[in-house]
Design a binder for this molecule. Structure first.
Ligand SMILES: C[S@@+](CC[C@H](N)C(=O)[O-])C[C@H]1O[C@@H](n2cnc3c(N)ncnc32)[C@H](O)[C@@H]1O
Length: 315
């Protein structure tokens, strides 16, 4: 990502969660903050871009807000963005019931968990780790929305291409002795394989056995030259690359379990897009079915053994 600019993809995914909440028939998320956290200037720019894609006759008749909503719903990332948040918060709730006391959002973006903290999460220490430019805008927006920063929410600015998660968390009150739940949603694809492996090792280094991780990844085969993929995936890849957030790496679903073991984690669940939709929208009520393109996965893992030290990411 561009060092001085907040993540564009994080702003768009925030709007997607709000759109789902306000207009899908049986919302899986209750996220009224998704719109509010995104500056009006950004929303206006997105509306303009969506309108510019219409032909002139359609444009004359169209309502810009509706056109943007339709464009976001048609985006290949939309179902995965909704489903990954729901899956993660279900897993988090179960983990909290088991005694997990810290929640680290790696690449938190404009995730609004801290604005709508459910009663089961009272007392949870929340750590948002994100690229400095994204986090700065998030904090400005929280202030703009009148959300006071409370003592149990901690912001850790870090470029994970340049430093390890371990060294970033060391700047905070994060307690390595307490079982922790990590989420890492929509981020691994924007980091190199080396940075991703360093982050996985860091999780097993800083958190005790029994700590948990939910993360999304894409099948690395989808990034190989000549891979056909779906039109939606190709368009998404081209769009994000155009805003300076190119897809950099994925994992091989066939070998992910073995890879995680090497980093001190045990894979407990790995769902592809179809399986995630089958769990949360089997009847198609929200229209979240998506074409099987081999791209999007969500995985759950547990820290199985502490690793001694985390390797630094490639510069
Ligand atoms: C697609 S957004 C996902 C945001 C959020 N997790 C969500 O699900 O909406 C990608 C996130 O990764 C973060 N990110 C990308 N590259 C990063 C890096 N090198 N270091 C830290 N964070 C990074 C961005 O700042 C952004 O918040």
């Amino acid at each position: 990502m561009e060092p001085s600019k907040a993540s564009y993809t994080a702003l768009v995914t925030s709007l997607m969660r709000a759109l789902h909440t306000r207009s899908d028939p049986a919302p899986l998320l209750d996220d009224p903050w998704g719109d509010r956290l995104v500056p009006e200037s950004v929303q206006a720019g997105l509306r303009d871009r969506a309108m510019a894609r219409l032909d002139p006759a359609e444009r004359a008749e169209a309502a810009p807000a509706r056109v943007l909503d339709a464009a976001m719903r048609a985006n290949a990332a939309y179902p995965g963005v909704i489903l990954r948040s729901r899956y993660t918060e279900d897993m988090l709730a179960a983990a909290v019931a088991r005694g997990i006391a810290q929640y680290v959002l790696i690449g938190a973006g404009f995730d609004s968990f801290l604005c709508r903290r459910p009663s089961w999460a009272e007392g949870l220490q929340v750590y948002e780790v994100d690229h400095p430019a994204t986090q700065q805008l998030k904090r400005e927006r929280l202030r703009h929305c009148g959300i006071a920063e409370s003592g149990d929410v901690h912001f850790v600015a870090a470029d994970l291409a340049e430093e390890t998660l371990q060294s970033a968390l060391a700047r905070s009150s994060f307690d390595p002795a307490r079982p922790t739940f990590f989420s890492w949603l929509g981020v691994t694809v924007y980091l190199t394989r080396e940075a991703n492996l360093a982050t996985l090792r860091a999780i097993a280094t800083v958190a005790p056995v029994g700590s948990e991780l939910v993360f999304t990844y894409i099948d690395e085969a989808a990034l190989q030259p000549g891979h056909a993929g779906t039109e939606g995936f190709r368009k998404l890849r081209s769009d994000v690359s155009g805003v300076g957030e190119a897809f950099l790496s994925g994992f091989d679903p066939a070998t992910l379990g073995a890879l995680l073991l090497e980093t001190g984690l045990v894979l407990t669940e790995d769902l592809d897009g179809e399986q995630t939709v089958a769990r949360y929208d089997a009847a198609g009520t929200n229209g979240l079915q998506r074409q099987r393109d081999g791209a999007g996965y969500i995985a759950h893992a547990r820290v199985d053994a502490r690793v001694i030290s985390a390797a630094p990411p490639a510069a």
